[in-house]
Design a protein around this ligand. Sequence first.
Ligand SMILES: Cc1ncc(COP(=O)(O)O)c(C=O)c1O
Length: 449
Amino acid sequence: MAHEAVFPLFHYNLRNYGFFRYFCNRFSPILRKRTKVDFFKGALQTNMLDNNIIDRLDRIATPFYYYDMDLFRRTVDHVAELAAAHDIKVHYAIKANAEKPLLEYISSKGFGADCVSGNEVLHAHKCGFPAKKIVYAGVGKSDKEIYQALMLGIEAFNCESLQEIYVINEMARAHGKQADISIRINPDIDAHTHKYVTTGLYENKFGISQHEFDKLIDILKNSTNINFIGLHFHIGSQITRVDEVFALECQRVNDIVAYFERQGLSVDNINLGGGLGVDYDDPDENPIADFGTWFRTISDNIRRSPHQSIHVEPGRSLTAQCASLISRVLFVKSGETKNFLIMDAGMNDLIRPALYGAYHKIENLSAAQRPFFPTHQAYDIVGPVCESSDVWGAGRLLPLSVRGDLMAIRSTGAYGQVMASRYNMKDLAPAVFSDRLEDAPLMTDYFNL
Ligand SMILES: Cc1ncc(COP(=O)(O)O)c(C=O)c1O
């Protein structure tokens, strides 16, 4: 019993709250008002995660992905407005996040979908994207996947190799179909981003390179069951030098499009891919990515004829900032030289830090609610998975943190939930949507209190 008083169990915590957390949670709003320490709140509080929402999130079983649907809708609406103003068609890259409520909203705005697997194609269609607004890229499409997409009648296969074009043509012929295809070209451009998310260099596996253009043009002209509709490019992800890199991409694209048209092939669709970066350092300062600069750079640099339409495929920039992975401190452990915060979310929930060394801002939400000025301390914040790479951040300065504190790993709405696994047989962290909080599983559901 004595140790429980110091290190309360979560269910004990929830029933009786333990004096420390009870005091903090119950009286902090009053104390904050009475003692006029609200400015601390300003320093610690996030815009997306205000006090009211933190109280509600604290009751939900962790870990989970929390989606701020208001921010998400504002982001999509902003993009829809800009796209209309610049006459640019948007296909959302659903690989970034395929949660149904997000896809339903995006499809309702008239966007198309960019998919990279047969299951993504089928899922996008189920979530409201018309088949004629679905494009399908990917270097390794299986025969089954090609067949399914062909039968659905998608807008275009974005083909990434000569063999793929042969196979699609043969499959279409065998089933009495015509397949619309775009060709993904590798434009050999350095996107100045992480080497694992650079895709447009000759050394990368994506797209068809210049040395195969003669053969390619021959195939496109002589295949009876494919219709060539355009060219597709995607040079990388998390691009932050927006005007410089995308201007360069447009200039390369102009040259390549002109080359294909000189060969007698009409390039009706010019698809520039995705890649717009987001602010992982300060998600509250920049909750919406710089779509304005992106669209303007494209409009200013792309050469377009009346028969041509311009397409883009944002993924990360539409969804990254609208979600946080919410976790709890399980244990605080003092090592020889470091203090560890051991969280209940691990690399199985979000693999980006382990896979790319990606940075995510981490906040202690419970400490942000405490009514006194918190001492700060450096922590190595780690997950529970049995891998040394299961680290959220090393030497992160946080307010003094205790067992049970609610933590937010920010900017996790893209390449987060979609990459989760059940490694170590962990449960998958569910999605919790801000407009459906009542559906979220509560901590108390698990303890039969
Ligand atoms: C072909 C293609 N289009 C679009 C995207 C989306 O990129 P981002 O999430 O950086 O916008 C990707 C991502 O890798 C991609 O491979």
